[in-house]
Write a protein that binds this ligand. Structure first.
Ligand SMILES: Nc1ncnc2c1ncn2[C@@H]1O[C@H](COP(=O)(O)OP(=O)(O)OP(=O)(O)O)[C@@H](O)[C@H]1O
Ligand SMILES: [Mg+2]
Length: 229
């Protein structure tokens, strides 16, 4: 269980409620390394049992590979490409290496992502969770920010978790500040292998073939804002 992030979790979870009600919402979750962005996304996923979750992480080593991040995000939805307008489907296929990229138009790729998410949200709400967005390749970041600026009444929740270097002008932000538990040992619900605990289940180290880390010493920057206990 996360400590001291109830307000932040409620704010992010509100996007899921909006998506369930057929409205889209976007949030950039910002904060320094180790402040708890990924942990908050993990908690959000646990509240999203009824939501289709698409998740990707920016990878520093792939930052120069155009559309690598987008491919990670959309991989589970590629079977829907046939529902898009042909010109958009073709652009997205080219971008993702599924067809020859004949002068891929980034505008059309952006439109295709928007159409694809919209199509998926027609069935059930969609959450797009993009972690470490500061390491996204530029082409993916452009397409996803293009989409984020346009999703409206589709039932899509988009959350970008990023450090300060991620540029997302015009999008609403939630900055994670530090908590006042410097050096404390926290019971956490975080899997070092990056897996998220399935919805509704409680942590059971005994039942896991890969025992999860049970505690973590979590320090904060001395410059981070402090909260009352
Ligand atoms: N509120 C919290 N309560 C308990 N543990 C926490 C909390 N926030 C973060 N942690 C733990 O602190 C560690 C760092 O958190 P996390 O990986 O979420 O940081 P981050 O902001 O995503 O950092 P980075 O920018 O490097 O990706 C993790 O082990 C996480 O489980
Ligand atoms: Mg992280």
């Amino acid at each position: 269980m996360l400590r001291g992030r109830e307000a932040e979790l409620a704010e992010v979870a509100r996007l899921l409620d909006q998506a369930r009600a057929g409205r889209s919402g976007v949030l950039v979750l910002r904060g320094e390394a180790g402040i708890g962005k990924s942990a908050l996304l993990d908690q959000l996923v646990r509240r999203a049992c009824d939501v289709r979750v698409l998740r990707a992480t920016g990878v520093e080593a792939e930052a120069s590979l155009p559309f690598a991040g987008l491919q990670m995000l959309l991989r589970p939805a590629l079977d829907r490409l046939g529902t898009l307008p042909a010109v958009q489907a073709s652009a997205l296929r080219g971008a993702l290496g599924l067809a020859e990229a004949t002068g891929t138009s980034r505008f059309l790729v952006g439109l295709a992502v928007l159409s694809l998410l919209s199509e998926l949200a027609g069935e059930r709400p969609v959450a797009c969770l993009i972690d470490d967005a500061h390491w996204l390749d530029a082409a993916s970041a452009d397409a996803l920010l293009f989409t984020a600026r346009r999703v409206a009444a589709d039932g899509v929740a988009m959350v970008f978790a990023a450090r300060d270097e991620f540029d997302a002008p015009g999008l609403p932000e939630l900055r994670l500040g530090g908590l006042d538990r410097t050096g404390s040992t926290f019971p956490i619900n975080h899997n070092p292998e990056g897996k998220v605990q399935p919805c509704g289940e409680s942590t059971s180290r005994a039942s896991s073939p890969h025992p999860w880390k049970a505690t973590s010493t979590w320090g904060i920057s001395p410059t981070a804002p402090m909260r009352s206990p």
